[in-house]
Design a protein around this ligand. Sequence first.
Ligand SMILES: [Fe+2]
Ligand SMILES: [Fe+2]
Length: 220
Amino acid sequence: MNLLQRKEDSDYRAAMGQLLVLYTQVDRLIMEACAERIASAPDEEAKLGLAKQVGDESRHVNIQREWMKKFGSSQAPIISKQQEATILDHFRQLDWRDFLADMYLCVEALGSDAVEQVVPLVDPGTKESLRIPLQDELDHIAFGVNRMKQELSHMASAEREAFLSRIPERIQTLNQSFHAMGVNVRVLFEAVGADYDELCKSVLQRKDEVLKEVSKPLAA
Ligand SMILES: [Fe+2]
Ligand SMILES: [Fe+2]
């Protein structure tokens, strides 16, 4: 291995390591926000769905922590304790509909789209560590989309339109607060070989798809 390759390899490891820490911290926060939500969830089906997700996210945190140990990069947190508290507080204050929008349409659907974009570029061990988590995220998104459709089906059409039209704004606000936390995601994604502008394009496209999906009526 020449010096340049070694430098590239260490840049890759450092950046991938940070992305793994970030993903694990986000999963850990989702676990906690969903656990807190069980008590006030509107019905039994929602409680069971949230509880399943809490178990899934806990499993993801374990899988990823085990992998990070083997991967050998720094496990120093990217999101500070204070920032974590602010994020949990945000989710705590949302009513059920806004919780569904922020948690499932934004964090779960768009977050996992960003992760999926890097999967083809990563080393085999990291790829394997993401396999089960990404599979489960599909379940979580399906739960959120389905519950969102239920909510929309109870709204009068003007309320429904107003609610749907506010979702892109909610996503933008969350995205801005994420960037304001000071994590330079562009640098991290580029260091693992991703085209960051393409990645953003894909996430935006995913946003349109998921919005279209929730706007469709519930299957009978
Ligand atoms: Fe997860
Ligand atoms: Fe999830």
